[in-house]
Design a protein around this ligand. Structure first.
Ligand code: MN3
Length: 203
């Protein structure tokens, strides 16, 4: 069975004023849908891959037939990342991390503010289109990494805990070229409960 577009877990307008309604509509209904369509199309001639999860596919790209691998990497990555991204934000989000994820962030960066600054810096300086992530490495370390285009941390055996989409389509309507303003706004909607859940997922 083909992969499906997940509904947003909240209304298009729920993240206002930080992320605007129009951006959410276009981002979910057009961009996410577009990645999904291309992903399903790429798998059409290899229907056995529909039995796998997106995560399994992206974690083992070397096992994907070469003729579709670049498409799967891009479209599958885009499909997977946006599915994660909606869940990583919430109208009840923002503030500082809580619970175990807060402890491991503090262990790694000293305090929450240092972590936030480092993540903000990486997202702000990523050249071109891509994502900045907080990931858990196979040896249970936390790292901040950036990936170009739709390349996935999961393809590097890194578990994505929190990610920000810094493709222009994620912020251009409201923030134009002011990526730093968008990144600052993003902190107000980060769903730390979800980040904690992601942290407890297997590597
Ligand atoms: Mn996007």
């Amino acid at each position: 069975m083909a992969f499906q577009l997940p509904d947003l877990p909240y209304d298009y307008s729920a993240l206002e004023p930080h992320i605007d309604t129009e951006t959410m509509k276009i981002h979910h209904d057009k961009h996410h849908q577009g990645y999904l369509d291309k992903f399903n199309k790429a798998l059409e001639n290899h229907p056995e891959l529909f039995e796998k999860s997106t995560e399994e596919i992206l974690a083992n790209l070397d096992q994907i037939p070469e003729d579709i691998r670049p498409k799967v990497r891009k479209a599958g990555g885009g499909y997977y990342h946006h599915s994660l991204f909606w869940e990583m934000m919430s109208p009840d989000g923002g503030g500082e991390a809580q619970g175990e994820i807060a402890e491991v962030i503090n262990q790694k960066w000293g305090n929450f503010e240092n972590f936030k600054q480092e993540f903000t810096k990486q997202a702000g300086t990523l050249f071109g289109s891509g994502w900045t992530w907080l990931v858990k490495t196979p040896d249970n370390n936390l790292e901040i990494v950036s990936t170009p285009n739709q390349d996935s941390p999961i393809s590097q055996k890194q578990r994505p805990l929190l990610g920000i989409d810094v493709w222009e389509h994620a912020y251009y309507l409201k923030y134009q070229n002011r990526r730093p303003d968008y990144i600052n706004a993003f902190w107000n909607v980060v769903n730390w409960e979800q980040v904690e859940k992601n942290y407890h997922l297997p590597n």
